[in-house]
Design a protein around this ligand. Structure first.
Ligand code: C5P
Length: 240
């Protein structure tokens, strides 16, 4: 791992329509702090992470109002229309600073319950992997395909299926090239691994934790607060 730096990128330019709140979900209160601060802190507290780039919507005044600080550098860039544009904007910013072989960890602003343990597993498995790696969970439930009107159309074989989570870890150059190509092609990539796959890469799946949930709906906030409360402070950095 030596010699190459590790940057974190946090896309935070979403508006969170599914939450039906007065503000984007990354700014909602979770156990006394905005969701995004939990997500940022876990990344920045890792000794390997050199700094973070947060992609924030142009009109967003809340990010500056937070006044969030850390001993490591936090840069702000303008987000874009879709998540992939926001991530690409951060990678373009980093490309000027980064050296050959630097790595990037992309993590949703709305995943506040990442543990130090799963982040460590991801870095151990993926830092030197040429196609990168992502945290993911094997699908455990039976999967149904609906017909759009609430009726089962069929059952999908879950064998070999995983839920993709974040962080996702890649060589910065590889991800930037892959995302640029995906955006240029108009592909609807909803995570970074998809862009890398489309470019012919085969990222590693690293099993994560079910607690690393994405705050999407209001009930997720309650669940996230219970998860954080279960991370006793005397245990190392949020280990469940
Ligand atoms: O909307 P979704 O839950 O998939 O968002 C995942 C992450 O991507 C969130 O942190 C959100 O703020 C971010 N995002 C972004 N730019 C967009 C849309 C979403 O940075 N245009």
């Amino acid at each position: 791992m030596t010699g190459r730096r590790l940057w974190a990128v946090v896309p935070a330019a979403g508006v969170g329509r599914r939450m039906e709140a007065d503000r984007p979900k990354q700014y909602l209160d979770l156990a006394g702090r905005p969701v995004i601060e939990w997500s940022l802190e876990r990344l920045l507290d890792h000794p390997r992470v050199d700094g973070v780039v947060v992609a924030v919507a142009d009109h967003d005044a809340r990010w500056a109002d937070l006044g969030y600080r850390h001993a490591k550098p936090i840069h702000r860039v303008a987000g874009g229309a879709e998540r992939c544009h926001s991530v690409l904007s951060a990678l373009d910013y980093l490309a000027v600073k980064a050296g050959a072989g630097d790595r990037v960890l992309v993590h949703d602003a709305v995943r506040p319950c990442l543990t130090a343990g799963e982040l460590e597993r991801l870095l151990d498995a993926g830092f030197d992997h040429p196609d990168g790696a992502l945290l993911a969970m094997p699908v455990r439930d039976t999967l149904k395909r609906g017909n759009g009107a609430g009726v089962v159309e069929g059952t999908v074989d879950r064998d070999g299926l995983w839920h993709a989570q974040t962080p996702q870890l890649f060589p910065l150059d590889l991800l930037r090239t892959a995302l640029r190509a995906a955006v240029a092609a108009g592909s609807p990539v909803t995570d970074e691994a998809w862009a890398v796959e489309a470019a012919g890469g085969r990222p590693l799946l690293v099993e994560g934790e079910a607690t690393n949930l994405k705050v999407t709906r209001r009930a997720d906030l309650h669940l996230a607060s219970l998860i954080l409360a279960s991370f006793a402070p005397d245990r190392p950095a949020g280990e469940p």
